[in-house]
Ligand binder design. Structure first.
Ligand code: NAD
Length: 258
């Protein structure tokens, strides 16, 4: 990049291919639409097959879209994702590790299977998918891995021990991968969304007391909309962020600044 050459084309994703896990609901849907509108082909990995809404949102985008069903907490299915994308689009340039889950229960009653399920999806899937994608990216000496962290990558929370543990670990993996992959020209960063109005957060938005507590701490004063993340994901997926590596970028209306 040089001062003379800089144009908004540095943000263009034309000709790139992006895998987005959990890319047809909530925040993942916003990442999918943003990357497609910036020109990328999108390989949308979903748990179910309810694809109509996202397909409609993608109509008119420049790149192509392929939808692929997989249970990412199943190691065998997980290992097939990157090869499936390579088979359809020939490569992978961008991986957004968005799929995640949360189970709320007091620690003293926390169930073993809830720990296992949350860790399998929020942490194991991030590690194995990133490793598989990095092998493809390293061969061509270019790639972007974007992990989805959380405010719970910085704070402890209550009633969500595996969610907090997994999101702290996602921040750690982001740095660990960034250090090793930099020499292959692969940048690994994370987005830490603050409080967004999605299915994931419906129970706390429905709790009047908790909802008021949260809103009173957000300097912006409102629950964010998934579209508030679209610029961030395009930036981290694009050439414009080539010198950014190992960073956990909070998009939180100022929550962490309080
Ligand atoms: P969401 O429930 O709408 O999205 C979760 C996605 O993961 C869904 O598309 C779901 O189908 C997919 N998924 C769940 N289990 C899966 C499995 N076994 N295999 C494959 N896919 C599976 O919730 P969201 O709020 O959009 O969350 C997306 C990500 O953002 C998560 O990693 C979450 O931890 C993170 N996050 C959300 C918020 C927020 O305020 N909503 C804040 C911080 C971080």
């Amino acid at each position: 990049m040089s001062l003379e050459n800089f144009t908004l084309d540095y943000f263009s994703l034309k000709g790139r291919t992006a895998i987005i896990t959990g890319g047809n609901t909530g925040l993942g849907q916003a990442y999918t639409v943003a990357l497609a509108k910036a020109g990328a082909n999108v390989f949308v990995v979903t748990h179910g097959t309810n694809w109509d809404e996202t397909k409609q949102l993608l109509s008119g985008s420049e790149g192509d879209a392929e939808f692929y069903q997989a249970d990412l907490s199943d190691r065998e299915q997980l290992q097939k994702v990157v090869p499936a994308c390579v088979e359809v689009f020939g490569t992978v340039d961008i991986l957004v590790n968005n799929a995640g889950t949360i189970r709320r229960n007091p620690l003293l009653e926390y169930k073993d299977e809830d720990w296992d399920d949350v860790m399998a999806l929020n942490l194991d899937a991030v590690y194995f998918l990133s490793q598989a994608a990095a092998k493809v990216m390293a061969e061509k000496r270019a790639g972007k891995i974007i992990n989805i962290a959380s405010m719970l990558s910085f704070q402890g929370g209550k009633f969500i021990p595996p969610y907090t543990a997994s999101k702290h670990a996602v921040a750690g993996l982001t740095k660990s991968f960034a250090n090793e992959l930099a020499e292959h020209n692969i940048q690994v960063n994370a987005i830490a969304p603050g409080y967004f109005a999605t299915k994931n957060t419906a129970p706390i938005r429905a709790d009047e007391k908790r909802n008021a507590e949260i809103l009173s701490r957000i300097p912006a004063g409102y629950w964010a909309d998934p579209s508030d993340l679209m610029g961030t994901v395009v930036y981290l997926a694009s050439k414009a962020s080539d010198y950014m590596n190992g960073h956990v970028l909070a998009v939180d209306g100022g929550w962490l600044a309080r």
